[in-house]
Design a protein around this ligand. Structure first.
Ligand code: SAM
Length: 283
């Protein structure tokens, strides 16, 4: 049976080549063309499943030029599959603008679902799954990363990020600073030979990777939701006021973070306010 014309957003394995659905193989075999990020990567998948469909590159660098031609093909009733190097297209991968334009122009779009590293990692982490937020890659630069984490500090559910090994230690330190010493899980090399899931607090895992070196391979960083508040605002003010009597704002914030498990950044701001207020009232 041949495919209906339209765009087929098709998930492919995130490591283990066997993680592909029967339907994905059918769609990739029957499509008129497969749009892919890197032809060499997709060629391996095609070879494994005897998929002979022509491959055409679609990525961030050629999207603007190639997109009108793809939309023309859809206009000519072709069946077009889009894949990424791994997992679900559009999820931290190219395809968003194509899907949006195809949708705006009324073409049929079908999902051929399958693996996604964020969901695979979440499903084995042991973190709450009832509410979660996928926040993509953390910014590589420290300032932007901290800002992003601060913005996410009010999210009540589990947070999921994609991260690279070399940046993981810094990212964990910033997680502790901005979100508090929360529980985290590092899901690494999922579905591959060296698949690993490591649990701990942000600080424990930061210390671990500082000691043993950054992990290799592909990583999903999962941050548990904030613990139920056990300290009232008044108790925190009292704690900080006491600490400020003998310590600098910075040290008082660090010590309070240690004691409460709250984010050092938040406590620093509170301590600063308390100190300013104290100076005003005494002066
Ligand atoms: N579209 C893909 C998906 O659905 O998961 C994600 C593509 S994104 C460019 C690549 C990132 O996903 C990697 O840097 C890593 O953070 C994560 N990732 C992909 N495969 C993974 C795996 N097997 N194990 C852990 N993380 C993985």
């Amino acid at each position: 049976m041949s495919l209906q014309p339209g765009l087929y957003v098709t998930a492919t394995p995130i490591g283990n080549l066997k993680d592909i659905t029967f339907r994905a193989v059918d769609v990739l075999r029957q499509a008129d063309v497969i749009l892919c990020e890197d032809k060499r990567v997709t060629a391996k998948l095609c070879q494994a499943y005897e998929i002979k469909t022509p491959l055409s590159a679609y990525h961030d660098h050629n999207g603007e030029i190639v997109r009108p031609k793809i939309l023309d093909r859809l206009r000519n009733d072709q069946a077009i599959a889009i894949v990424s190097d791994a997992g679900t297209p559009l999820i931290s991968d190219p395809g968003y603008k194509l899907v949006k334009e195809a949708r705006d122009q009324g073409f049929a779009i079908f999902t051929v679902p399958g693996p996604c590293a964020a969901i695979a990692g979440l499903s084995i982490a042991g973190a709450p799954t009832d509410q979660f937020m996928f926040a993509g890659f953390l910014p590589p630069k420290a300032h932007a990363r901290r800002k992003t984490l601060m913005e996410l500090s009010s999210v009540g559910g589990t947070l999921i990020f994609y991260e690279t090994g070399p940046r993981l230690t810094e990212a964990l330190a910033d997680v502790e600073d901005a979100l508090g010493n929360r529980k985290v899980a590092i899901a690494r090399e999922l579905t591959k030979l060296h698949e690993e899931l490591r649990n701990g607090t942000a600080r424990e895992l930061c210390t671990h990777y500082k000691e043993f070196g950054p992990p290799r391979g592909e990583i999903v960083l999962i941050v548990y939701p904030p613990e139920e508040e056990s300290w009232s605002d008044e108790q925190i003010s009292q704690l900080l006021t006491g600490l400020l009597a003998d310590h600098s704002v910075k040290d008082a914030a660090s010590m309070a973070a240690e004691e409460t498990g709250m984010a050092r950044k938040t406590l620093y701001k509170l301590a600063l306010d308390l100190k300013k207020h104290g100076e005003k009232t005494s002066g």
